[in-house]
Design a protein around this ligand. Structure first.
Ligand code: TMP
Ligand code: ZN
Length: 425
């Protein structure tokens, strides 16, 4: 098993992505590359087992902006390719559903929502977050380009505007539904190349007293816990508080509250309101101080992170190969996007990992990107019992352990690969 080597970016090989050489927050051109994961397939591009066409691949490398401390990918794959048909369903995870209910409780208080208010969710996926607002009596509209998910969101009580969010989409939204009191955007900002157009849209849609809530995976957690598998082509940007404030201020937004959240390995939640620049509030100051203290405005922690990633990849590849030679049967749980980065980065295939369990109906019967490993329903764990189960969706480890007690009671062992390889007997 070989760990892929550095592949130079060469647009002549594949014209289907663009290289991005300027920082999407501050425009700087002297970006510093620090992590190269080689060429990778798209993390959610599951395939039909009979599909023999060449698989789309693009370079996966991260650059650091020494001016605003944003990390971003070196390439942008056209969003239509990744998001027009989307196989990730938020509703599959109970942990996420509980997170949404708690998020609504907090946002209702923070934004001072009244019952008839309109709530808009950008990147609404299958409508899971909006349904928690809907159940509290708010009018809810989702905006999402994935045509296959809008029906699920409608069933949960929300209208859906099937578009990528932009200034233009904001005008369509306001014309059709009026101005929202609250806009949420969870796990979508990292997907967006033109962040200025995105924020312009929020400015157009929100009333003067409106609130914009953003959740993003936090680069502070990613680096600290070596969560390198969160890096894939959908995630164009890796945010700290500092660059987000710069971006928001440019569009007339100030953060009124910010905090870290535990979901997906560690994220940030920020509340933005329209207003002129002023001293950051205490919660924001605390996070900025944390970032300064951790040196996250400098390249050094990222170089350390990159070395750690190589070491994790090496250890995991060696361990799994060793277990295989000892005759142990291995499967994985969670055909997640991060699982695609992880498995491809160690050159795994179906000889090593026999199958991946996933509860998402759209994924079952398909094969995982790059590795060709079959994706199957959870019933396989009993009918094709492995010795070891690699938890690829390690962000939901407790929920997965709860769902697979029969496997562990029968002597099965779990392997959790990130942040550091550990076994759960
Ligand atoms: P994520 O780590 O990107 O959120 O993806 C998690 C994947 O794991 C997604 O494909 C759904 C799957 N999953 C299950 O199949 N069953 C579960 O109980 C949980 C929590 C996740
Ligand atoms: Zn920058």
């Amino acid at each position: 098993m070989e760990i892929p080597h550095f592949m130079p970016i060469n647009n002549e090989m594949s014209p289907e992505f663009i290289t991005r050489t300027t920082c999407r927050i501050c425009g700087a051109t002297d970006l510093i590359p620090y992590l190269d994961l080689g060429t990778m397939p798209l993390a959610n591009a599951i395939r039909d087992p009979n599909d023999m066409t060449p698989e789309f691949r693009a370079p996966l490398a991260v650059l650091f902006c020494p001016h605003c401390a944003l990390s971003q990918l070196s390439v942008v794959v056209p969003p239509e390719r990744m998001f027009s048909y989307y196989v990730y369903r938020s509703e599959i995870s109970q942990t996420w559903c509980a997170h949404c209910v708690a998020c609504v409780d907090e946002a209702v208080v923070e934004a001072g929502l009244k019952e008839s208010d309109l709530v808009v969710d950008i990147g609404s996926n299958d409508g899971t977050l909006l349904s928690a607002f809907h159940q509290r009596g708010f009018r809810t509209v989702g905006v999402d380009p994935a045509r296959n998910l809008s029906e699920s969101a409608s069933r949960k009580g929300s209208d859906v505007l099937c578009e990528f969010w932009s200034a233009k989409a904001a005008e369509h939204l306001v014309a059709a539904h009026g101005k929202p009191a609250l806009i949420t955007a969870t796990n979508v900002l990292a997907h967006v190349d033109d962040l200025d157009d995105f924020f312009s849209g929020v400015g157009i849609a929100l009333g003067d007293n409106g609130v914009f809530v953003v959740e993003v995976p936090y680069m502070g957690d990613l680096v600290e816990k070596s969560e390198f598998d969160t890096i894939y082509h959908e995630h164009l940007s890796y945010f700290l508080v500092a660059p987000l404030l710069t971006l928001a201020a440019r569009h007339g937004f100030q953060a009124s509250y910010a905090r870290r959240i535990p979901i997906h390995g560690g994220g940030l939640r920020l509340y933005f309101r329209k207003g002129v620049a002023q001293e950051p509030v205490q919660s924001v100051r605390a996070l900025l101080a944390f970032e300064q203290d951790a040196g996250l405005h400098l390249i050094r922690p990222y170089e350390r992170f990159a070395r750690q990633v190589k070491s994790i990849q090496h250890d995991l590849a060696e361990t799994l190969r060793h277990l295989k030679t000892r005759g142990r049967r291995m499967a994985a749980y969670g055909a997640s996007a991060k699982g695609a980065t992880l498995l491809n980065s160690i050159g795994a295939n179906s000889d090593l990992i026999e199958y991946i369990v996933d509860d998402t109906p759209e994924k079952q019967g398909k094969t995982a990107p790059g590795t060709g490993i079959p994706i199957v329903p959870a019933s396989y764990l009993a009918s094709h019992r492995p010795d070891d189960l690699v938890i690829l969706a390690w962000n939901f480890v407790d929920e997965i352990l709860d769902k697979t007690t029969k496997f562990s009671q029968a002597g099965g062992r779990y392997i959790v690969p990130v942040p550091a390889l550990r076994y759960i007997e």
